[in-house]
Design a protein around this ligand. Structure first.
Ligand SMILES: [Zn+2]
Length: 340
């Protein structure tokens, strides 16, 4: 049972729901095992052993409906995604990942009924029917800046439209189960908390650039990019961002001697992290990646990220791309801060 399911819903399957978001819940099928199962099935059919063939077919169908649902979900065909996942669960009722995805999609579908839907050049915007016109105008204007900045930074110009959904603070925190410190999130769609942020075009652009950057990063690296690098890149997505006095002040007050290596920061990004843990992790990943971007071309950092996303250890990837150990890279950054 589990083998066929894992073809499409491998480790990453439920990452679509995780705070870090996910692009490839439908992981590429391990060709050898898929082929082996195909051979097994042919053999069973050949011997008219239908009793053993049937569960294999059912499992494969459940996986295919699951993957098809994911494609519909990511391409803004919510009702069709729900139908596919319902079919998948009828075939394999024990798939917890599909259950979670279906739960979110159903809630979203119900909420969508009361929302306006506006299709722009690069985005589909959804908001409550009673939203203020000036705030929505700010949202449109901010998104134009977001597209320009993030695409320039990551040298990626995707043609498809991205969905941006505006939630009330309560919907965002309780229906979507996002942490209280989070203001926006990308999980295949950009989800935005509350409407207060919509009053400031500048703040809105900063927030949305970060989330749109995640979308571009997942396209470039896949969902297995380490979270600290993903967040570090997203926080530096605006090449000409206005100075951030609060972040700089907090960073200057941080004791650099006791900093953990950036690649050990994972916990701070989890939904269970406290506000302080999260702040420290975001801050360090931001300034570490900023230093990298000042020192190396984005193409070099992209190569490094791809090595890491492909499963290389931090030492292997750093040796390949930077010709030094991860410790040496970390030390070089710390030294650069001392001499500043
Ligand atoms: Zn982020």
């Amino acid at each position: 049972m589990a083998a066929a399911r894992s073809i499409f819903f491998a480790a990453a399957a439920c990452a679509a729901l995780a705070a870090a978001g996910a692009e490839s819940a439908a992981a590429p099928p391990p060709a050898a095992s898929a082929a082996a199962r195909g051979d097994e099935l042919r053999e069973l059919m050949d011997h008219e052993d239908y009793a053993r063939a049937e569960p294999i077919i059912r499992d494969a169908l459940a996986s295919l409906h699951g993957a098809q649902g994911l494609i519909f979900y990511k391409t803004d065909r919510l009702a069709e995604a729900v139908a596919e996942w319902e079919t998948s669960l009828k075939l394999d009722s024990g798939n917890a990942e599909v259950k979670k995805l279906l739960d979110v999609a159903r809630k979203e579908l119900a909420a969508e009924k009361g929302r306006r839907r506006e299709v722009c050049e690069h985005f589909i915007i959804q908001y409550e029917a009673g939203a203020r016109a000036d705030q929505i105008a700010n949202l449109r204007a901010a998104l134009a800046v977001v597209r320009r900045d993030a695409c320039q930074r990551f040298l990626a110009w995707p043609a498809e439209k991205f969905t941006v959904i505006l939630y009330s603070s309560d919907q965002y925190q309780y229906d979507l189960k996002r942490p209280s410190w989070s203001a926006a999130d990308y999980d295949g769609k950009i989800r935005l908390r509350g409407s207060k942020i919509l009053d400031s075009r500048e703040e809105l652009a900063a927030l949305l650039t970060h989330e749109y950057a995640h979308a571009l990063i997942f396209r470039t690296f896949g969902s297995r990019i380490p979270v600290w690098l993903n967040e570090g890149l997203a926080q530096n997505a605006r090449p000409d961002a206005a100075p951030e006095p609060d972040a700089l002040k907090q960073w200057n007050a941080t004791d650099k001697k006791t900093l953990p290596a950036p690649w050990t920061l994972g916990r701070g990004f989890e939904a269970t992290a406290t506000g302080n843990q999260a702040r420290a992790a975001y801050l360090e990943s931001k300034f570490f990646v900023r230093w990298l971007l000042e020192r190396y071309d984005i193409m070099v950092i992209t190569r490094w990220g791809r090595e890491l996303a492909a499963g290389k250890t931090i030492d292997q990837a750093t040796a390949t791309v930077f010709a030094m150990s991860a410790d040496q890279l970390f030390s070089a950054w710390k030294e650069s801060m001392e001499t500043k």
